[in-house]
Design a protein around this ligand. Structure first.
Ligand code: NAD
Length: 262
């Protein structure tokens, strides 16, 4: 117990799968205490079992619910101290915007953006009380240039990017770093989501476009570096690197590609 009191602490949403799971594993292996949060209880239990014994707690919660945020953080850190809060839970939403079910659009905004807003708000006092703390948000390469065929997903990731930059400024005086990750296609269950109006899932569409998948461990290493380092945004994956370059130096080319649905 005495030792646990001094471990650095990571609280991660979406901790029951994919990127959250990989980041939790890396930080736990490097000696951190991890709070795994997710709406998927079975996923949480499975990830907890993979981590070193006694190193992770589980917190079943929906990131859209402010009261659940408050309860989960208090449960994880009764002494009010958290080193890193990783706002990572998210869902895919692809397919044409005009034909989309409006409730699916609202759900994407609620989880991918409102959930991050609630997380940032609830986390602030814990981070402020902890020297060298960091709020880390998962944005996406879809937050680099507006992505045709994933308009609302892309818009939520731009919103996460904007919130990250703004809070990085606002919270500097509180000694809190605010960072984002901007990965392109990472090999996680998120890519299994069906593209509405087609028989294909996101993974198949990415493969058909000849684009690469980046191993999830690369994102975990990027998260580690982002928390220690000084860059506000960290891109991960070849497509993300290319988009960052193109958005800066050849935005017209990117615009034409989006118009062709690439
Ligand atoms: P994933 O599907 O493997 O994991 C997402 C987790 O979030 C799941 O365990 C899910 O249960 C959880 N979740 C969903 N809704 C929730 C809610 N309301 N409350 C709490 N938890 C909820 O996907 P992933 O690839 O690990 O995605 C993690 C983040 O990375 C997301 O924000 C996603 O947009 C982003 N991202 C993923 C990719 C990719 O290609 N996989 C690329 C860029 C960004």
């Amino acid at each position: 117990m005495g030792e646990d009191m001094h471990r650095r602490r990571l609280f991660v949403t979406g901790g029951g799968s994919g990127i959250g799971r990989a980041v939790a594993r890396l930080f736990a292996e490097r000696g951190w205490q991890v709070g795994l949060a997710d709406i998927d209880e079975a996923g949480l239990v499975a990830v907890q079992r993979e981590l070193p014994a006694g190193r992770a707690s589980t917190h079943v919660m929906d990131v859209r619910d402010r009261a659940q945020w408050a309860a989960a953080l208090a449960d994880f850190a009764p002494d009010g101290r958290i080193d890193v809060v990783f706002n990572n839970a998210g869902i895919a939403a692809s397919g044409g915007f005009a034909d989309a079910d409006p409730s699916a659009l609202e759900r994407c905004i609620a989880i991918n953006f409102t959930g991050v807003v609630h997380g940032a708000h609830a986390a602030h006092r814990y981070l402020k009380a902890t020297p060298g703390s960091c709020l880390l948000n998962t944005a996406s390469a879809a937050g680099i240039y507006g992505t045709a065929g994933a308009a609302i997903y892309s818009a939520t990731k731009f919103a996460v990017r904007g919130l990250t930059e703004a809070l990085d400024g606002e919270w500097r005086a509180d000694g809190i770093k605010v960072r984002s990750l901007m990965p392109s296609f990472i090999d996680t269950p998120l890519l299994d989501a069906l593209v509405p109006g087609t028989n294909a899932n996101v993974r198949e569409r990415v493969a058909a476009a000849g684009l690469e998948f980046t191993p999830v461990e690369r994102v975990a290493e990027a998260a580690w570096a982002a928390v220690q380092g000084d860059m506000v945004h960290t891109v991960v994956g070849k497509t993300a690197e290319r988009m960052k370059f193109a958005a800066r130096w050849m935005p017209e080319k990117l615009r034409r590609q989006m118009g062709r649905g690439v």
